[in-house]
Ligand binder design. Structure first.
Ligand code: ATP
Ligand code: MG
Ligand code: MG
Ligand code: MG
Length: 350
């Protein structure tokens, strides 16, 4: 029987455009003998729309012109299963997953808890640490503690906050909004002045701000799929075109950033990465699929877990897809397995 599959794309976050690319790629790869796809777009303002055009129009953003208003409370009348391909807040953070739970509709990927926890870099680190997983030195700040109305810096309290951070974390530091993705709002700070500017920048996106020690490292990633017995894919390496893998290097550098799949590292390190990835996935109660990001410190050879992305970039050429392709699961089969895991989780709970 055909599964009526709702593909949800766009969204309110700074990663709206990335979601359009992933959704178009997934739609093109769907086996149309198994799935009858329905498209639902969320505008940057958060309005839901039903769209009946093509994947190309989704990718280009043209879809908004012909899409019609849609009440998401009616999702279950139209589809059997939903595949949210949204990144960042209001998509990857448990909010939309909560809506699916309320509507009692099976969906792909992590549930409310894992989505919310993985999206918050501060809480995720606490859980990783409790599970005995290696994380880097970090601190947590609140925008309210160093800003006045409208995000303007309160210089005196900002200096105090910087001193507090300096006592816990060495330079260089990475300053990040706790809930974001695609490197939006992230700055590398090399001194006091840089730290203060970075805190103000991150505060534009979130009131919770994570400050990490900047490691001199290589960057590794692996993909994990499954529910109670998850499996990790191959391990890949990111070779960013800039000083770090920032927003531009990720999407707009004309292909200068490279990914290397499989990573050119010793087998022992790959095993360590895969092992930590699965343990981290379980610690956060992830389900369906996720991409787990790591640092390999050059000087010491130590592996640190950075974060879990519960809805990673999902085009055919994204790291997540390449890692599974390398592990023997081609793209369209990967999508099918993710749908199967969504149903499995739904039936396990119901
Ligand atoms: P995404 O969800 O797209 O993977 P993100 O916005 O959640 O990204 P991170 O992955 O935490 O952000 O960081 C973005 C990039 O910044 C990393 O890929 C890496 O290049 C650099 N970076 C972040 N934290 C550190 C750190 N502690 N040490 C060294 N480099 C770092
Ligand atoms: Mg992330
Ligand atoms: Mg992300
Ligand atoms: Mg990352």
């Amino acid at each position: 029987i055909m599964i009526k599959l709702g593909v949800i794309f766009g969204g309110r976050s700074g990663e709206h455009e990335i979601s359009l690319m992933s959704a178009a790629s997934v739609i093109n790869a769907l086996d149309k003998t198994k799935f009858k796809p329905f498209f639902f777009g969320i505008t940057k303002e958060g309005r839901w729309k039903h769209f009946e055009g093509t994947a190309a129009e989704i990718e280009s953003g043209q879809w908004e012109k012909t899409a019609t208003e849609f009440n998401p409370g009616r999702l279950k009348e139209l589809v059997d299963f939903v595949l949210p391909i949204l990144h960042g807040p209001y998509g990857e953070d448990g909010t939309i997953q909560g809506m699916f739970e309320m509507l009692d509709i099976p969906y792909a990927g992590c549930g409310v808890l894992a989505s919310a926890v993985a999206m918050d870099k501060a809480v995720a680190k606490d859980i990783f640490a409790k599970a005995g997983l290696p994380i880097c030195k970090h601190a947590l700040s609140y925008a309210e503690d160093f800003t006045l109305d409208k995000g303007k810096a309160d210089e005196k309290r900002l200096k105090k906050e910087a001193e507090k951070i300096e006592a816990k974390v060495p330079y260089p530091m990475f300053v990040k909004p706790a809930n974001m993705g695609s490197s939006v709002g992230i700055t590398k700070a090399k001194d006091r002045d840089g730290l203060c500017k970075a805190l103000i920048e991150a505060a534009k996106y979130d009131r919770r701000i994570v400050i990490e020690e900047g490691l001199d490292c290589r960057e590794l990633e692996t993909g994990v799929i499954g529910n109670h017995h998850p499996e990790a894919a191959a391990v890949g390496e990111i070779l960013p075109s800039s000083e770090f893998y920032d927003y531009r290097a990720k999407y707009f550098d004309g292909g200068q950033s490279k990914v290397c799949v499989p990573a050119d590292i010793p087998e022992k390190i790959k095993e360590e990465v895969r092992d930590i990835a699965v343990r981290a996935y379980m610690a956060l109660d992830c389900a369906g699929f996720s991409r787990v990001d790591f640092f390999l410190e050059k000087k010491t050879g130590r592996v640190y877990i950075n974060e879990i992305n519960t809805i990673p970039g999902f085009t055919k050429f994204s790291m997540f897809s390449k890692l599974w392709e390398e592990a023997g699961v081609p793209y369209s089969q990967l999508i099918e397995r993710i749908v199967d895991f969504g149903y499995e989780r739904y039936h396990a709970k119901n």
